[in-house]
Unconditional design. Structure first.
Length: 668
C-alpha cells in the first residue's frame, strides 16, 4: 500500500468514514464510534490500508482545533450564571476530586507494582486529567433523543460537561509543562501560566472590539465565501499564535470562539463552521483508532478489562456520591453518575498531548486507549438501561415517581373539561391567564422546579412533571381534558405527546406551537389539530404595524391580517358562538359549529358531497376521525361513526347542516 497516491488515500478515508457512520446510524449509535472503529480497521495494526498515519493525525489535530472553537463559541456568561450551581458546584467537584483521587490511586499502584507500572506523578496527573473527561458528543445526543435535557439529572449532567469543557483550557497549558524535567518543572509551569494569562488578557480585553469591527467589515462585502475564509483565517491564525507562544493550538481556537461569541455574528458563524468541525473531528477520531493495536489489547485483555471496569465504576460512584451530597435524590444522583461514567473525546485529546510530551508509558498506551473506546461503546447501552438499573438499586426512586404522579393526579382530580398546558414558560403563562379570565380550568406541566414552585405559590394550577411521559399526562386528566396545548418548541417532545394523546385520548384536540413551518406536516400527521408557527404570527404583526404606519386605515389592516389568518388556520375561519355574542353578529357573520356523529350513526358510510353543504353556503372547516387523526375534508371523504366535523356558516344554515348530519339525511 506504500504506492498509494494522495487522492487514493483521501478516497480511502472518505469511504471508510462513510461506511462507519452509516453503520452507526443504522444501529442508532453516535457517529464518533464509527470513526473510532474505522481507524482501528484501516490502521497499521489491522489491515494496514493507511500508509501515512502521521499525516491523518496532523489533519485530525485541526478537528480538535475546530472542536475547541465551537466550545468557545458556545461559552457565554449568561449560560454559566443560569447553571452556576451545577457547573461550579457538582462540575468543579467532579473534576477536582476525580483528578486528585485518580492521581493518588495511580501512584499507589505504581509503588506496589514498580516493575510492571513505572510512573511519575507528572504522568499520573496527566492520565487522571484524561480520565476526568466524559463524552459531551455521545451523552448530549442520547439525552436529546430521550428528551432528558430539562430533567433533574439532565441539568446536572450538562453542568458537569460544561465545566469539563472549561477545565480543558488550563489542562492544555498544564500537560505540556509537565513534560519538563524535574529541575525545570516549576519554572515551566510558571512560564506557561504567565504566557497563557497575558495572551488571554490581551486578546479578551482588546480583541472583542477588534473582532466585531473586523467581522462587520467583512460582512459588508456580502460574500459568503469571503466570510467563511475569514473564519478559517481567524481560527487557525489565533491557534498558530498560541502555538508560537509555546501553548497549544486548541487554546487559540478556544479564544477565537470566545471572541466571536460576544458579537452579533455568533449564530451565522456556528452554521458556517459546522461542516469543517464535523469532518475534521471525524478524522481526529479515525487517527485515534489507528493508534490502537488490537493484538496488544488481546495479549493484555485482563489489564484492558481492569482499566475499563474500575475507572468506569469508580467515576459513576463518585459522581453519584457528589450529587447526593449536593442535595439530589438517590435516583437522580445515580442517573447522573451512570450518564457520566464513560471516557470522553477530550480525554483522547489530553492523552495524545501527554503521549507527545512523553508522559504516558508506551506499554500502557494501547490498553488505556482500548478501555476508553470500550467505555464509550458501552455508554448507549448503559443509558438505555439506566432506568432499570436505578429502579433495581434505588427503591425510593420508584416511590418518588409514584409520589410525583400522585401529586399531579390529586391536583387534577377535581377538574373536568380542562386544558392541559405542556410547558409553563411565558407562552404557557399567558395562555393560563386568558383561560382564567374566561373561567376555563387548566392544568400545567413543567420541568423547571423553581418556576413551578413560584407559580404554585402564586396560586397557579401548575405541577412539576414531564408532559412527554404518558404517566404524567394521564395523571393530569388527559381522558377528561377538553384540549391539550403544547407551548414549548421541542418538536421531538411534541411528537411524543401527540402519540400519547392519539393512543389514549383520540377525541382530545391538540394545538402545537412551533418556531417555523419546518415540522408542520410531521406534527399534523401525528394528530395535531392545529399548528401555530411563531414565524408566521411574527410576520403578520410586522405587516400590520407597517401597514398602519404608512397610512392604511386600521379597519382595513385588521381585515387584511384576519384574511391571512383565515387562509392559514382552518379553525379561525369564523368563530364559535357564545352567550355574549350579539344578535346582529349572529345574523351577519359566519360562525363555527362542532358536530360529533354518534355511534351507530346513519351518516356513516356516506360522503360529504352527498350532503350538498354548498347549497346552504356551509363549508367543512376540519374533520377529526374517532381515533383522533385529522384529515382534509373533500367531497369524496367517507364519514365514519364518532367523527367530529367543524362547520362554518350562518346560524340558520348551520342548523340545517347539523340536522342533515345527525339524521343521516342527504340530497344524493
Amino acid at each position: 500500500m506504500t504506492g498509494m497516491s494522495a487522492l487514493e488515500i483521501t478516497l480511502l478515508y472518505l469511504l471508510a468514514a462513510v461506511l462507519g457512520v452509516v453503520a452507526c446510524r443504522s444501529l442508532k449509535l453516535p457517529p464518533m464510534l464509527g470513526y473510532l472503529a474505522v481507524g482501528v480497521v484501516i490502521g497499521p495494526h489491522t489491515l494496514a490500508l493507511s500508509p501515512d498515519a502521521d499525516g491523518v493525525r496532523h489533519l485530525g489535530e485541526f478537528g480538535v482545533v475546530f472542536l475547541m472553537f465551537v466550545i468557545g463559541l458556545e461559552f457565554n456568561l449568561s449560560k454559566l450564571r443560569a447553571m452556576r450551581r451545577h457547573v461550579f458546584g457538582l462540575g468543579a467537584l467532579q473534576v477536582i476530586v476525580t483528578m486528585l483521587g485518580a492521581t493518588l490511586v495511580t501512584l499507589g499502584v505504581a509503588s506496589v507494582l514498580p516493575l510492571m507500572w513505572r510512573m511519575s506523578w507528572q504522568a499520573a496527573l496527566a492520565l487522571s486529567s484524561a480520565l476526568t473527561m466524559s463524552s459531551t458528543a455521545i451523552v448530549v445526543k442520547l439525552m436529546a433523543e430521550r428528551l432528558e435535557m430539562e430533567s433533574e439529572h439532565g441539568k446536572r449532567v450538562m453542568g458537569v460537561l460544561l465545566f469539563q469543557d472549561l477545565a480543558v483550557v488550563p489542562l492544555l497549558v498544564l500537560i505540556p509543562a509537565l513534560g519538563a524535567s524535574g529541575e525545570q518543572l516549576v519554572g515551566a509551569l510558571g512560564l506557561a501560566a504567565l504566557k497563557a494569562s497575558v495572551l488571554i488578557f490581551v486578546l479578551l480585553v482588546g480583541g472583542q472590539h477588534v473582532m466585531r469591527r473586523w467581522l462587520t467589515l467583512v460582512a459588508r462585502r456580502k460574500s459568503e465565501e469571503l466570510f467563511v475564509l475569514n473564519l478559517l483565517f481567524i481560527t487557525l491564525g489565533l491557534a498558530w499564535l498560541t502555538e508560537m507562544a509555546g501553548l497549544s493550538l486548541a487554546l487559540g481556537a478556544f479564544i477565537a470562539g470566545m471572541l466571536i461569541s460576544e458579537t452579533e455574528f455568533k449564530h451565522q458563524v456556528e452554521t458556517d463552521i459546522r461542516p469543517f468541525h464535523d469532518v475534521l473531528l471525524g478524522l481526529f477520531f479515525i487517527s485515534i483508532g489507528m493508534l490502537l493495536d488490537w493484538r496488544l489489547v488481546l495479549e493484555h485483555w485482563a489489564l484492558v478489562l481492569l482499566l475499563l471496569v474500575v475507572p468506569t465504576f469508580c467515576k459513576a460512584a463518585l459522581v453519584t456520591v457528589l450529587s447526593k451530597i449536593l442535595g439530589a435524590t438517590s435516583g437522580v444522583s445515580l442517573r447522573t453518575g451512570l450518564y457520566l461514567a464513560q471516557a470522553g473525546e477530550f480525554g483522547f485529546v489530553l492523552l495524545t498531548l501527554a503521549q507527545n510530551n512523553a508522559l504516558v508509558p508506551p506499554a500502557l498506551l494501547n490498553s488505556i486507549l482500548a478501555s476508553m473506546v470500550l467505555s464509550m461503546l458501552a455508554t448507549p447501552f448503559i443509558v438505555m438501561y439506566s432506568n432499570r438499573i436505578v429502579m433495581r438499586l434505588v427503591s425510593s426512586d420508584w416511590l418518588q415517581q409514584s409520589l410525583q404522579m400522585t401529586t399531579i393526579a390529586r391536583k387534577a382530580i377535581s377538574v373536568n373539561r380542562h386544558v392541559i398546558i405542556c410547558g409553563y414558560g411565558r407562552c404557557g403563562q399567558n395562555l393560563a391567564r386568558m383561560l382564567e379570565r374566561e373561567g376555563i380550568p387548566y392544568m400545567a406541566l413543567d420541568l423547571d422546579p423553581d418556576r413551578v414552585q413560584q407559580a404554585a405559590s402564586a396560586g397557579d394550577s401548575v405541577v412539576f412533571g414531564d408532559a412527554a411521559r404518558l404517566q404524567s399526562v394521564m395523571a393530569a386528566g388527559l381522558a377528561r381534558a377538553s384540549a391539550v396545548v403544547i407551548t414549548h418548541l421541542d418538536a421531538a417532545s411534541a411528537l411524543k405527546i401527540l402519540g400519547h394523546v392519539r393512543t389514549h385520548a383520540p377525541q382530545v384536540p391538540v394545538i402545537v406551537r412551533t418556531k417555523d413551518d419546518h415540522d408542520l406536516e410531521r406534527l399534523r400527521e401525528a394528530g395535531a389539530t392545529e399548528v401555530v408557527p411563531e414565524a408566521i404570527e411574527g410576520s403578520l404583526m410586522l405587516a400590520s404595524h407597517a401597514l398602519a404606519l404608512v397610512g392604511v386605515p386600521m379597519r382595513r389592516v385588521i381585515r387584511i391580517v384576519q384574511d391571512q389568518r383565515d387562509a392559514r388556520y382552518n379553525l379561525l375561519r369564523g368563530f364559535f358562538h357564545g352567550a355574549d355574542d350579539g344578535a346582529v353578529d349572529e345574523l351577519q357573520h359566519e360562525r363555527l359549529a362542532c358536530v360529533t356523529l354518534p355511534v351507530q350513526s346513519k351518516t356513516a358510510g356516506q360522503t360529504l358531497g352527498q350532503f350538498a353543504f354548498q347549497s346552504l353556503n356551509v363549508r367543512v372547516v376540519s374533520l377529526r376521525r374517532h381515533n383522533g387523526k385529522s384529515c382534509d375534508p373533500t367531497r369524496g371523504t367517507v364519514l365514519e361513526s364518532g367523527d367530529t366535523l367543524v362547520l362554518s356558516g350562518r346560524a340558520d344554515a348551520l342548523m340545517q347542516a347539523e340536522q342533515r348530519l345527525l339524521k343521516g339525511h342527504n340530497t344524493g
